[in-house]
Write a protein that binds this ligand. Structure first.
Ligand code: ADP
Ligand code: ASP
Ligand code: MG
Length: 592
């Protein structure tokens, strides 16, 4: 008998009437001949209320007690959902995370799923029950209740669909599907018929809260097709599968992380191991670091800037204070009023001029870019929080995201999932004993790249645009771009990589621009090391382990960029092979 997992988010179970309406959907699916597992979130804003309540008692509540508290929200809604189904004359049984055997690690408030025992759920389904599963929660080896992080019910649903081998996984929510950006921020956002795992994973981790990013890691690893649809209509919704919506457009979606904070550690001695000393202290606290940018050193010292979620700032600054002491850095600054706007698209990997278009749209809107990082399928810019929505609107418009691509793909039920590596192939090699374990697919070394660095760039709106327009116009294929935030004297620096043979051309056009850079430099003597996998950014440990492996070898990291798919570091060319060997050794156990 086919098995279907349906997940209802907070708004979809906010009132008794809505619970009844969700119950009817589950009953209908069962009557259509499916076994049905329903995953439920806490009612409405219950989780927010519980957090608020805790903060009234203790503004830094112990994480274990927080999970004890937060898990109650879902316990209420599963019981009510089961009661609703009984009331309609059908069989249902509710289960907490512990009761259905969702084992997690013990990182309270952001626990990762290790194993799920399907035995009890299967028995209950075979006996004709609709199984109502509490989302967002699990239990560690000592029977402590854990939660998976905000929005984690999506992950419960997709994980259950994966281990039960479900035929469908439906995410019922308060919008009609996945849009090109948050439709509540931009009414001109367009609903997409389908979006690829890679793009959704990236968008989710860059702020598209419609799906919990870790749920997409599961979906990709285990090949679970997801349908996101409205609880309040019968519209077909959007499919998240391996296929992108279009094979030609460079950008398929945009996202905003409003509550971001920027930290700059100043005057870090420019020697191997320093970045590691700083970032490992953040990783120990499970703080997700993004947009890591290192200024090219002055007087043998460098500034390292990065962003973190604003709510983790306090904790992060404690880590940084330690890091500054240990490394002998000169100090740190931070800005808690910044936001990150990003565009994502598989198509940008092989097109030129995409970054330039993003920068020019922001420049035309008069928005200053404080930091830039790019990776194969995303570009992120840090802007002032007060300009966040304007920035999102500018980039959405620039890439015409409101217009359906002419070559839009169609998804048909039963269509096979294809990709560079088929899902089942990966699953076969994955350990079932640690479902959310780090999954690496490849470690490689690229030697034919060059680095171009502009120092002393005046920090004014539009400069990044001008730089990248000049190089795009002569057909240079720009890969990694990083622009630091305010450095010395209101100046920034911009570094990017290009194919080795295009370096002279790049230096030439930039030299002729007449812009007031202090220095234009470049080096062909670089190597790019790249670790690819699934969900790498949420596994903060990857970048950290790379820093450590390279530091132990005495290798200096010149540039780094991170995405959910890949972490790249640029090092000196002479260190390439040694660096590769070090990474292969470090990650031997995580390669599937
Ligand atoms: P649920 O409680 O059902 O899990 P969430 O609030 O977590 O619902 O997610 C749905 C919300 O996600 C929408 O109301 C919308 O505002 C927001 N959202 C952000 N980005 C997107 C996007 N790209 N597409 C659709 N919705 C988005
Ligand atoms: N109730 C939890 C939250 O609000 C989990 C979820 O809804 O997905 O974050
Ligand atoms: Mg959600």
């Amino acid at each position: 008998m086919p098995l279907i997992v349906q997940k209802f988010g907070g708004t979809s179970v906010a009132t008794p009437e809505k619970i009844q309406s969700a119950a009817r959907k589950a009953i209908r699916a069962q009557q259509e001949g499916n076994q049905v597992v329903v995953v439920v979130s806490a009612m409405g804003h219950e989780t927010d209320h519980l957090i608020d309540l805790a903060k009234q008692i203790n503004d830094e509540p112990p994480a274990r007690e927080m999970d004890m508290l937060l898990s109650t929200g879902e316990q209420v809604s599963v019981a009510l959902m089961a009661m609703a189904i009984h009331r309609f004359g059908y069989r249902a049984i509710s289960l907490t995370g512990a009761q259905m055997g969702i084992r997690t690690d013990n990182s309270f408030t952001k626990a990762r799923i290790k194993t799920i025992s399907t035995e009890r759920i299967r028995k209950l389904l075979d006996a004709g029950n609709i199984v109502i599963a509490a989302g967002f929660q699990g239990v560690d080896d000592d029977y402590n209740i854990t939660t998976l992080g905000r929005g984690g019910s999506d992950t419960t649903a997709v994980a259950l669909a994966a281990v039960l081998g479900a035929d469908a996984c439906e995410i019922y929510t308060d919008v009609d599907g996945v849009y090109t950006t948050d439709p509540r921020l931009l009414p001109e956002a367009r609903q997409m018929d389908l979006i690829s795992y890679d793009e959704m994973l990236e968008l989710a981790s860059l702020g598209a809260s419609v799906m919990h990013n870790r749920s997409i890691e599961f979906a990709k690893k285990f090949g679970v097709p997801i349908r996101v649809r409205s609880s309040f209509s019968d519209a077909p919704g959007s499919m998240i599968v391996s296929l992108p919506e279009s094979n030609t457009v460079p950008v398929s979606g945009a996202a905003l992380t409003r509550e971001e904070a920027r930290i700059t550690v100043q005057g870090v001695p420019d020697s191997p191991g320093m970045s590691y000393e700083i970032f490992r202290r953040l990783a120990d606290r499970k703080i997700t670091v993004d947009m890591i940018v290192q200024n090219i050193g002055m007087e043998d010292r460098a500034d390292i800037s990065f962003t973190i979620p604003n709510h983790e700032l306090k904790e992060a600054l404690r880590a940084i204070e330690e890091g500054v002491k240990v490394t002998g850095a000169t100090g740190y600054t931070y800005d808690d009023a910044v936001a990150k706007v990003s565009v994502v698209g598989l198509g940008m990997a092989n097109q030129t001029g995409v970054a330039e278009k993003m920068f020019s749209s922001l420049a035309n809107a008069g928005i200053n870019i404080q930091m830039i990082t790019t990776s194969e399928i995303k570009i992120s810019c840090l802007v002032q929080r007060s300009e966040a929505t304007a920035a999102l609107r500018a980039v959405h418009q620039a890439f015409s995201l409101h217009v359906k691509p002419a070559d839009a793909n169609q998804w048909r039920i039963g269509q096979s999932i294809s990709g560079s590596q088929s899902a089942s192939e990966i699953v076969d090699r994955l350990s079932k004993s640690n479902l959310e374990q780090l999954t690496l697919l490849d470690i490689s070394l690229l030697g034919d790249q060059a680095r171009v660095t502009l120092t002393g760039v005046p920090d004014t709106p539009g400069l990044a645009e001008k730089v990248f327009r000049e190089v795009a116009e002569v057909g240079v294929f720009v890969d990694m771009i990083i622009q630091s935030c305010d450095g010395y004297l209101g100046e920034t620096s911009i570094s990017f990589t290009v194919p080795e043979e295009q370096m002279p051309l790049s230096l030439d056009v930039l030299g002729k621009t007449g812009y007031n850079f202090r220095k234009i430099g470049g080096s062909t003597d670089i190597a790019k090391l790249s670790v690819s996998g699934i969900g790498l950014r949420s596994h903060t440990s990857v970048a950290i382990a790379m820093f450590k492996a390279l530091a132990d070898e005495g290798i200096n990291v010149l540039m780094i960029n991170t995405s959910e798919l890949r972490v790249n570091v640029v090092i000196e060319g002479k260190d390439g092979q040694r660096g590769l060997a070090a990474l292969q050794k470090t990650f031997a156990g995580a390669l599937v």
